[in-house]
Design a protein around this ligand. Structure first.
Ligand SMILES: Nc1ncnc2c1ncn2[C@@H]1O[C@H](COP(=O)(O)OP(=O)(O)OP(=O)(O)O)[C@@H](O)[C@H]1O
Ligand SMILES: [Mg+2]
Length: 415
């Protein structure tokens, strides 16, 4: 066969077996707002989040008869669609308002990374074009004044969506006091605050004087069920993948696994995306078995990412525990782990903690789910901890690899 024909055929086979046709639909970060809204419209058209959409609509309905809706607090676990649903509806209300001659504006203040009150207000001021980004040199009061000045001539409805409000650290009280008490009195527009949070109790520690001003409706987003997730995933498959390369049952499986474990749409899409990537790399269709492997790999990456961002002492302790050879006749004791840890610290030049402090770290590792620790009482001989490692071997390997790299050691050398 001529070389050109051979190459052409090979390219054609590769093209025929392509799995990912439009990668962007597997990662919302890459989608433009308009595209994202289009996806959502298709999903909402098939009645996903129907109850929440009805409640949001009736909450905002008073705007259309010149009445003032109260504030709103939206709760729900991560990935339940709070942000996308609220934004989609605000966008819709905005066009409806335009049509009906009602003046309305909305702003999305995204606090998905924790920040102090100053940063949050500065972000808000930037969104409103009321100030530039400051590191310092401007007081909270001045920032607040700038925000007020910027909107003091606006008389319509002003919806401020404060997304992940509990991420305002030091201090949430000042932040809310401004939004709830001061701002409504200093601007002529009708302010409607929409808060979202993963935590049901985010208002628990607010100053009662502010709380008494916070008249709110509440809306709860339940985790997605398997049927919802199937609809969400089906659309992603349609937009992003070559349907011929997706075996039957894959969609149902991802939806079932995801609804059972978390009901998080973000993670479900991530599992689909990982399966597609792995299949493409291996040059095979997405099969049920591949979904299992993709799931394991995501889990593995999760632990690895968690330990990578942990303090050095935690990394050293976990590495040492994972390196103690398992014994068939007796479970690992804190003492065994501590010896391994001291030796590791010596090797990498890290100051070793006392056995007592080490024991606290063991508890912390237990809390994060890396290990299981059980306290044993030996009467007057005191107490020890028994440590068990239940992570799959490939996860252990990956964690050890990551830690060694964090200590600038070569994971391929033997320790
Ligand atoms: N109804 C839906 N239709 C299509 N995709 C959805 C839907 N709900 C959620 N998603 C997907 O899940 C991702 C997470 O949704 P969203 O950001 O709204 O969750 P959230 O509840 O705000 O989570 P967090 O509390 O972590 O902010 C979105 O980027 C989108 O990819
Ligand atoms: Mg969100």
């Amino acid at each position: 066969m001529q070389v050109e024909t051979k190459i052409e055929e090979q390219i054609q086979t590769l093209l025929n077996n392509t799995i990912i046709l439009n990668r962007r639909y597997l990662d919302d970060e890459q989608l433009q707002r308009v595209e994202q809204f289009k996806v959502l419209k298709e999903i909402f058209d098939v009645d996903v989040r129907d109850k929440e959409i009805r409640e949001l609509s009736s909450h905002f309905a008073p705007m259309f008869r010149q009445d003032h809706p109260v504030h709103l607090s939206v709760y729900g676990k991560t990935g339940t669609g709070k942000t996308v649903t609220v934004l989609y509806l605000l966008n819709l209300f905005h066009s409806l308002c335009l049509k009906k001659g009602v003046e309305m504006k909305y702003i999305h203040l995204d606090l998905s990374t924790p920040k102090p009150c100053f940063r949050a207000l500065n972000d808000l001021a930037c969104l409103l074009d009321a100030a530039k980004r400051y590191k310092k040199g401007i007081s909270l009061d001045e920032l607040m004044g700038r925000i007020e000045d910027r909107i003091k001539s606006y008389t319509g409805y002003f919806v401020l969506f404060v997304d992940e409000v509990d991420h305002v650290r030091t201090d949430l009280d000042s932040f809310l006091k401004f939004l709830v008490k001061r701002l409504p009195q200093t601007i002529p527009s009708r302010l409607i605050l929409v808060f979202s949070s993963n935590r049901l109790n985010w208002q628990e520690n607010i100053d009662p004087r502010i709380k008494s001003f916070l008249k709110m409706n509440e809306l709860f987003f339940a985790p997605y069920n398997a049927l919802d997730l199937q609809k969400i995933l089906a659309l992603r498959i349609e937009k992003a993948l070559n349907p011929k390369m997706v075996e039957s049952g894959v969609l149902e499986k991802i939806a079932a696994v995801s609804s059972r474990n978390h009901g998080d749409a973000r993670k479900a899409v991530e599992l689909l995306s990982k399966s597609a990537q792995m299949a493409e790399k291996e040059g095979v269709p997405i099969t049920l078995d591949l979904v299992d492997r993709a799931y394991d790999e995501i889990e593995r990456d999760k632990y690895a990412a968690m330990i990578k961002s942990s303090p050095k002492q935690l990394q050293a302790a976990l590495y040492s525990i994972l390196s103690v050879p398992p014994s068939s006749h007796k479970p690992m004791q804190t003492g065994d782990a501590y010896n391994a840890y001291s030796a590791f610290c010596g090797k990498v030049g890290l100051r070793a903690l006392t056995q007592r402090a080490f024991s606290d770290i063991v508890s912390e590792l237990d809390m994060y789910g890396f290990i299981q620790a059980r306290i044993l009482s030996h009467g007057r001989y005191g107490r020890t901890k028994e440590i068990a490692v239940k992570l799959p071997p490939e996860v252990v390997l990956k964690i050890k690899h990551v830690v060694l790299l964090e200590f600038d050691l070569n994971p391929l050398a033997r320790f």
